[in-house]
Design a protein around this ligand. Structure first.
Ligand SMILES: NC(=O)c1ccc[n+]([C@@H]2O[C@H](COP(=O)([O-])OP(=O)(O)OC[C@H]3O[C@@H](n4cnc5c(N)ncnc54)[C@H](OP(=O)(O)O)[C@@H]3O)[C@@H](O)[C@H]2O)c1
Length: 275
């Protein structure tokens, strides 16, 4: 190949997203995930968030330029990937409303199948397995990303994009992601609800919840260091029935009592034979 041919080839390759130096991203949605992703990409020289779409014309970052925000899907620009960080139930609708075809579009949901996205596009999933809230700082480097793509070339590109944020990259199918998401609901959402109940109980008896903080941290840390089956302690596994009765008397809220009884029963049936 002569030099001019090599140069033409290089020029052509640079037009492709997985070879070009700067990755152009458009983020749709303005919620927790959209805002954290924008902030993370903003700090990267190799990624440019060329535009953001959301219904309210909201800024995702104080430094975001006004002319990169649109409330009109028909004004969406050219990008290498369109990240739909909208509510699970809106993913299909928003993908159906996109005014172009054959672009690479991904959603960020843990449970929505990839093929929920409109099939006029090349589809993928870019799921950060972490909990995002408005006022918390997120360290993307420690977040596992579950990726899926219909086409190999898009997976290569998605890995390149993800590697700007994290090294924890997993290829995960829609079915596997759904299973992971159920586990994540137990690990995060249900556990947090239990923290919230504990906070309510402390408030009812004028006890500062902060006394429990070291226990909260130790519980989570233990689960990362050893098999959680081996970390179980408490009155249920010990079958301390008098303590269990005393606890149930303290709980006046019937939902709290039901949760206490259900979890006690679950622990006892799991470890029952070992008692
Ligand atoms: N939060 C987490 O911890 C977390 C973690 C991993 C993955 N995810 C996934 O990431 C996605 C976004 O979650 P989030 O927590 O960022 O949600 P969120 O904070 O509730 O924000 C949802 C966004 O979706 C937009 N939206 C809803 N319906 C829409 C529609 N019909 N058309 C256009 N925009 C619409 C909302 O716009 P308006 O403000 O106009 O209503 C809002 O900007 C979800 O798929 C979620 O499962 C979330």
């Amino acid at each position: 190949m002569v030099l001019t041919e090599v140069l033409i080839l290089l020029h052509f390759l640079k037009e492709l997203p997985y070879f070009s130096a700067m990755i152009r991203v458009i983020i749709l949605g303005a919620g927790n995930v959209a805002q954290h992703l924008f902030t993370a990409f903003y700090e990267h020289k190799s990624v440019e968030v060329v535009q953001c779409y959301n219904r309210k014309g909201k800024r995702l970052h104080p430094n975001q330029k006004e002319n990169t925000i649109t409330q009109d899907l028909n004004t969406l620009k050219e990008a290498d990937v369109y990240i739909l960080a909208v509510s699970d139930d809106a993913i299909e609708e928003v993908s159906n409303l996109l005014p172009f075809n054959n672009k690479f579009i991904v959603h960020t949901s843990g449970s929505v199948p990839m093929n929920t996205l409109n099939s006029n596009h090349r589809r993928g999933v870019f799921y950060p397995l972490q909990t995002f809230s408005e006022d918390t700082v997120v360290d993307f480097a420690s977040i596992p990303f579950c990726l899926e793509a219909e086409y190999e070339e898009n997976m290569i590109f998605l890995k390149k994009l993800t590697s700007t944020l994290s090294k924890k990259i997993y290829e995960v199918s829609s079915e596997q992601r759904n299973v992971l998401h159920v586990s994540a609901v137990f690990v995060n959402n249900f556990t947090n609800h239990l923290f919230s109940i504990a906070n309510d109980i402390c408030n009812n008896y004028n006890i500062p919840f902060e006394i429990l903080r070291p226990l909260v941290l130790e519980t989570a840390q233990k689960a990362t260091k050893m098999n959680p089956d081996l970390a179980q302690t408490g009155p249920a596994i010990r079958n301390d029935s008098k303590t269990i009765k005393r606890h149930l008397k303290i709980l006046t809220d019937t939902t709290q009592q039901e949760i206490y009884k259900t979890l006690t029963k679950a622990i006892q049936s799991k470890y029952g034979k070992k008692l």
